[in-house]
Design a protein around this ligand. Sequence first.
Ligand SMILES: Nc1ncnc2c1ncn2[C@@H]1O[C@H](COP(=O)(O)OP(=O)(O)O)[C@@H](O)[C@H]1O
Ligand SMILES: [Mg+2]
Length: 350
Amino acid sequence: METAALDLIEEEKSTTTSEENLGDLEEEECFFQDIVLLLDQGIAVDDVKRLKDAGINTVKGVQMTIPKKLLEIEGFDDKKIVKINEACTKVSFVNSFATAQEVVQRNQIFKLSTGSTDFDKLLEGGIESMAITEVFGESGSGKTQLSHTLCVTAQMPGPNGYNGGKVIFIDTEHTFRTDRLRSIADRFNLDRNGVLENILYARAYTSDHQYQLLKNVGEMLHREAGVFKLLIVDSIISHFRVDYYGRKEMAHRQHRLGQLMARLHKISEEYNIAVFITNQIMSDLNNLEQSDPQRPVGGNILAHASTTRISLRKVLNGKRIAKVYASPNLADSEVAFTITSGGIDNVNIN
Ligand SMILES: Nc1ncnc2c1ncn2[C@@H]1O[C@H](COP(=O)(O)OP(=O)(O)O)[C@@H](O)[C@H]1O
Ligand SMILES: [Mg+2]
C-alpha cells in the first residue's frame, strides 16, 4: 500500500472513533472493510479522508448512505459518487473470498474449441479464458462465423472438467444470425432452442453504447457468477471508426478504446471468462504501399490489450488461413480451416 494509505491508517488508530461515527452500521458487521481499501481502486486520499470526516468508515457504510447525503460532502459531485460506489462494489466483491477465489479461478482456466481441431492445436487447445483473443481479417474471412461457432462450442463440456456455460454476444455490425446458430447446434447434436436460450444478445448502437453495455455486463457477471463463460464483441472497432473521424479525433478515440479494452480485461480476469473480439484491417486501398496490407486497426491500444491475436484470410476454394500474430506464448504459425453450414471446421473433415 502506498504511504498515503499508511498515513491514513495511522491517523485512524490515533483518533478515537466515536460510536455515532459508525452511523447505521450494525454490530454484527464484524468483518467490515475499511474505506482505505478504496485507495487501491484509485479513489483519492483526500476523498477517503472526507468520507471519514463525514463519519463513513467502511465500504458498507458508503453503500448504505444515500447519494443525497454523499453530495453534501465538500467536493463531492455525481461523477465522484459513481466512481466511489464502483470502487466499493469492487472491493466488497473482491474481498468476499479474495485469495481462495483467485487460486481456484487460476486453476480453472479453460479453452473453447473453434470448431476445427487443427485450429485448436494452433492455439494450444482453443480460445482461452482469463484472456482476450482477437481475430482480424478482411470482410468475409470468417470472423463472424467463428464467433457463431464459439457461441455453441462454449456450451459444450470440454477438457479439464470444463462443463460448458452461457455466452454474451455484443453485435455492432448487425450480422448475428440465429439460423446459423441452429445449424451449428445441429452439427454438434445439441438442442437448437437450448443453444439459443444460452446466448444473451445485445446490439451496440454506438461506441459509447458499447461501453455502457459492457458496464451492464460486468454487473450481471457479478450477480450471476460462474454462469457465463464467453463474451464476444463482433466487432470491437466498427463504431469507433465511424464515431471518431480524422487525425484530430484519433487521440480521443484511442483513449476511449483503451478504456473499453481495460473493462474487457477486467471482466475476463475477474470472472474467468474467455473474451473474444473481432477486428478489422486497414482498408486495402490506403495501404497498397505498406509492407503488410493485412495490418489490424486499433493501433497499440488493441495490440497491447489483446492476449492473443489471430489473422484470418481467404485463400482459394473457400479455404481460410488462420495465423497467430505476435503472441507472447504461441509460435507464429498458421493453419488452414474451412467454413461449413456447421460452422468452423477442419479442411479435411474425417
Ligand atoms: N452456411 C454456410 N456454409 C458455408 N459457408 C458459409 C455459410 N455461411 C457463411 N459462410 C461463409 O462465411 C463467409 C462470411 O464470413 P464472416 O464470418 O461473416 O466474415 P467476416 O470476417 O466479415 O465476419 C461467407 O462469405 C461464406 O463464405
Ligand atoms: Mg463479420
